[in-house]
Design a protein around this ligand. Sequence first.
Ligand code: TXA
Ligand code: MG
Length: 332
Amino acid sequence: MTHRPEIIPPSTDAIRRAAELLRAGDLVAFPTETVYGLGADATNETALAAIYAAKGRPRFNPLIVHVPDLEAAETIGIFDERAKVLAQCLWAGPFTVVVPRRADAPVSPAVSCGLDTVALRVPGNVVARRLLEEFGGAIAAPSANRSGGISPTTPMHVATSLGERVAMILAGGRCEVGLESTIVDMSVEPPRLLRPGRIGRKSIEGLIGPILAPDDDIIASETNVPSAPGQLLSHYAPRLPVRLNAATVAPTEALLAFGPDRFIRGGATRLNLSPEGDLLEAAANLYAMLHRLDKPDYSAIAVMSIPETSIGIAINDRLRRAAAPRDSVPNP
Ligand code: TXA
Ligand code: MG
């Protein structure tokens, strides 16, 4: 296929056509509240293989399966009491749970890349929900970008990154959260936070008690089994080098500021994630601003420091990976 993707507003008709394309084994990009997803029928091995080809994604990195509700999720994964509490309290929303996979799960084993677990998510975005309803099955969807690059929060980001590799882009505007879902692995004891996001560790611990997080010593000292293979050290990366905790900016650098930036002079250009220092606004702007600054006109992107609190933890997680050496091996 060499045609351009259709970028189309999510009318009832467009959603019906998107569901037909999914049934035919094509790839459809659709909005979620976190980032745009690259969707495929989760039962169709050929379509799943097309996701890996379109993204250039390593074959060991499993996919999140999107479903309309907990009932559908329970046909695919095994939920213990605590997993059920998380699902009931945090779905629909920017949250993904990893649970043991049912032997009779009605999805291809390819979504799990050989693991005996499966990642499940019920998105809150209304277009995503209508698409799931119209399709009537589970949709496997990674972020709709080339592997390792910046995640997409607008339809144009998807078109620029994937181009004709996707049959249709449902254009639902900007993603309101702007960072990928929080992922918690409930298949291990204690449960562990695999990827920080809008739903913070404290909210999860408030619901189910203590969990382990990536920077807890016990995890750092383990050998890296790809239980969260997306957690490669270099990820979410622009083409330009990224420099963190910038207190100054070189004349050739682009500055990505946060909060009042009048004391940092110079730089070739600048954008501000949130002049008022609002972390939610900064998260929503992060990927779009990285996309805008990632131009060969500049030598690097210098990023001011972001407070390590609430969603700032997730912002810093993504920024550290954006700044990591590009030939890096899996974390740690
Ligand atoms: O917000 C999101 O989660 C977006 C939207 C589209 O839903 N999706 C997304 O997918 O971020 P992706 O493929 O970019 O990231 C999925 C992450 C990867 O880090 C992957 O390793 C992890 O989920 N994952 C998937 N299945 C897993 C499993 N069985 N065990 C552990 N980690 C898993
Ligand atoms: Mg991704």
